[in-house]
Design a protein around this ligand. Structure first.
Ligand code: ATP
Length: 200
């Protein structure tokens, strides 16, 4: 019997948007995942902005990924005190399922910064990195710079270019503009109901 394939998809998800959902669906289908753990991050060590309260980001992630096959939203990083490190999560998941094959799903922006993450070499020992090109408004989706990760430690996930970011969505809400084309309907409703991202 072949090893269970467990995908790991972390993000601030502040808020989760349609590119996140598309990447999750693409990863499950293309990597043949038995399960995709979606992990909203605690206070990410590399992001300086204060994130929206964990309970809101968790609720939005549950809405956003509800229809992605095999996706399970996992709140372990939100329950951890102090900054979030991916290596801690990988160690925990590896200890819980030593025979599972771990695949760390990231956009190219994160893959290109991975060398600066805590215990990067151990990350690459524990998991294969699954990288999707990341489109930016006006820039298209430059291919992932493969020289940034050692060969044999990463695979590509094909994703149609989707130039959407959570930063852009927060700015649109703050400006009173529509975000219905950028986030799942349940997330749009949640943001409106809880007055998230509105100017104070
Ligand atoms: P922010 O604008 O606040 O920095 P974000 O849109 O980058 O947020 P994150 O929650 O930081 O969203 O991203 C989680 C993961 O999803 C990261 O691996 C990121 O590279 C990937 N990702 C986010 N948006 C896209 C996109 N448009 N295309 C491909 N990957 C994406």
């Amino acid at each position: 019997m072949s090893a269970r394939r467990l995908g790991i998809f972390g993000g601030a998800f502040d808020p989760p948007h349609l590119a996140h959902v598309a990447l999750a669906n693409a990863a499950v289908a293309q990597l043949g995942l038995d399960e995709l753990r979606v992990l909203p991050t605690g206070q990410a060590w590399h992001k300086s902005r204060d994130l929206t309260a964990a309970a809101h980001r968790l609720a939005m992630a549950r809405q956003a990924f509800a229809d992605v096959p095999h996706a399970v939203v996992d709140d372990r990083e939100l329950r951890r005190s102090g900054p979030t490190y991916t290596i801690d999560t990988l160690r925990e998941l590896h200890a819980a399922s030593p025979d599972a094959e771990l695949l760390l799903v990231v956009g190219a922006d994160q893959a290109e910064a991975l060398h600066s993450w805590r215990a990067c070499e151990e990350i690459l020992r524990l998991a294969t990195v699954a990288v999707a090109a990341r489109a930016r408004p006006g820039v298209g989706a430059p291919p992932f710079d493969a020289s940034r990760l050692p060969p044999g430690h990463w695979v590509a996930v094909e994703l149609p270019p989707m130039p959407v970011s959570a930063t852009q969505i927060r700015a649109l809400v703050a400006a009173g503009q529509d975000i219905g084309h950028l986030v799942p309907a349940g997330v749009a409703r949640y943001i409106a109901r809880h007055h998230l991202y509105a100017p104070t």
